[in-house]
Design a protein around this ligand. Structure first.
Ligand code: FMN
Length: 172
């Protein structure tokens, strides 16, 4: 089984989650995690499953303006976060918009604050909707992985991401 995990990440958390999900798939075949800014080079027809995730920004999927806000946050003198190298280039939204109609299998995830989803929003909801509109069959409920108030992954979330990948692989 070949799995592609496509992610966007401003501060590194969604990248860590994406890499953990890919590790979870590794026992069932080949799996790799690539940033959305490099995903256009991938031929999706070569994968059995595409897993797509990003950070929740302003209750949904990040966009150019929210990425700039994230950059400003990272640039503050008292900042606790560091910007990923390709953070402000195209992300999941732009990559999904670039895709032709598809017919593969997919799943969505996000990172977001640790509070009820009706308050925080979930990027995975928008990502899942876009994947469905493109023609992908969603093979699982979308999943959120939680960060604390300083935008750091909470304890155990990376392990939970690996387990999520592992259980998705088992279901295929
Ligand atoms: C501009 C901006 C807007 C955000 N809006 C939300 C939000 O509406 N809901 C939420 O749960 N988290 C929000 N967050 C927190 C992010 O979800 C969190 O920083 C992200 O999950 C970290 O992932 P990353 O390290 O991969 O960028 C926001 C963060 C930024 C920078």
């Amino acid at each position: 089984m070949r799995t592609l995990v496509v992610y966007e990440s401003m501060f590194g958390n969604t990248r860590h989650v994406a890499e953990a999900i890919a590790r979870g798939f590794a026992a069932s075949g080949e799996a790799k995690a690539v940033p959305a800014s490099h995903a256009r080079e991938e031929d999706l027809s070569g994968y059995d499953l595409v897993v797509v995730g990003g950070p929740t920004h302003v209750h949904g999927v990040s966009r150019a303006s929210t990425r700039r806000d994230a950059e400003k946050t990272a640039d503050k003198p008292d900042s606790t976060v560091t910007l990923e190298p390709d953070a402000v280039s195209d992300g999941v939204r732009e990559w999904l918009s670039s895709l032709p109609p598809a017919h593969g299998r997919a799943a969505a995830f996000d990172t977001r604050a640790d509070a009820p989803a009706f308050l925080t929003g979930r990027a995975s909801k928008g990502i899942g909707k876009k994947l469905r509109h493109l023609g992908f069959e969603l093979v699982a409920e979308s999943e959120s992985f939680l960060v604390d108030k300083e935008s750091r992954l909470e304890d155990g979330e990376e392990a939970r991401a690996e387990q999520w990948g592992h259980s998705l692989a088992q279901q295929q």
